[in-house]
Design a protein around this ligand. Structure first.
Ligand code: SF4
Ligand code: SF4
Length: 96
């Protein structure tokens, strides 16, 4: 499991930094999703969310959207990169 987390962080960093000019982002995201299906990991936004919206633009796969009183993550789209958690002022996004 630990090797998966390390690999996934590496792949997410490639996407975030637009490795190879972003030309390979789609392929890399597909690979991350394949890994995700095997390990079934995603982030969830908890009730601590204060609805600031800071996380939405950070998500490399547009998995976050405004919900009813708090933002929500589409678990099927989330690649578990943790970028939302890194910008949240109240630590609302948590790994499921
Ligand atoms: S962890 Fe957060 S930023 Fe990363 S893909 Fe999932 S919802 Fe988007
Ligand atoms: S950054 Fe945190 S508080 Fe702001 S919308 Fe996202 S989850 Fe909610």
């Amino acid at each position: 499991m630990e090797i998966f987390v390390v690999l996934k962080k590496f792949l997410c960093k490639l996407v975030k930094n637009n490795y190879n000019g972003g030309r390979d982002n789609e392929i890399i995201i597909k690979k991350i999703k394949t890994l995700e299906e095997d390990f079934k990991m995603a982030y969830k936004i908890t009730d601590a969310c204060v609805n600031c919206g800071a996380c939405e633009s950070e998500c490399p796969v547009n998995a976050i959207s405004a919900g009813d009183g708090l933002y929500v993550v589409d678990a099927a789209t989330c690649i578990d990169c943790g970028a939302c958690a890194s910008v949240c002022p109240v630590d609302a996004p948590q790994p499921e």
